[in-house]
Design a binder for this molecule. Sequence first.
Ligand SMILES: [Zn+2]
Ligand SMILES: [Zn+2]
Length: 193
Amino acid sequence: MADNMEEIYCPACGKKMEKVFMDKQNLYLDVCLNGCGGIYFDNREFYKFDEESEDITPLVKALENKEFKENDETAQRFCPVCGMKMVKNVMKSAEINIEVDDCYSCGGKFIDNKELQAIRNQYPTEKERVEAALKDVYINIGEELQKIQLEHDEHMKRPSLTMRAIKYNLKKNDDRLNDITQKTIDNINKNLE
Ligand SMILES: [Zn+2]
Ligand SMILES: [Zn+2]
């Protein structure tokens, strides 16, 4: 869905929101820079920040060294884009729960500045751990799988191969694959502990 380029007003404190351009995600966020520091995400925008390449430097810069007033987070909020009542939900990110206001009509999401701080304080370490685990899996396991495949192909090319030899070879491969799978699981568990 296209970015909403209209000016909108903060669903929490009513102040006009400012557009902050996020170059890595190539979109504008609406941020309540002159009020509560809350952020409004258009439909699906949020997920662009939930994945690996979540560089939020422009947002961090915009929010830096600013005092924001606190909101009553229990108050009923209305979507600043379509006007519908927003619904409070809890999202799980890493180990923390993030409270968001969802608009089920246009798909917009609002998060308070406090929640953003919580995400930023918690997420980097967790993310690094996950990345380390995944990198390990991709590099090491990928190389081993390739090796096995090559050996297997080589073996199967031999003209004098008997049925018994084929079976033996397949069984050996199976064992190695099981081994790698177990190693992968252990690795991920170790990294995510
Ligand atoms: Zn606000
Ligand atoms: Zn809406």
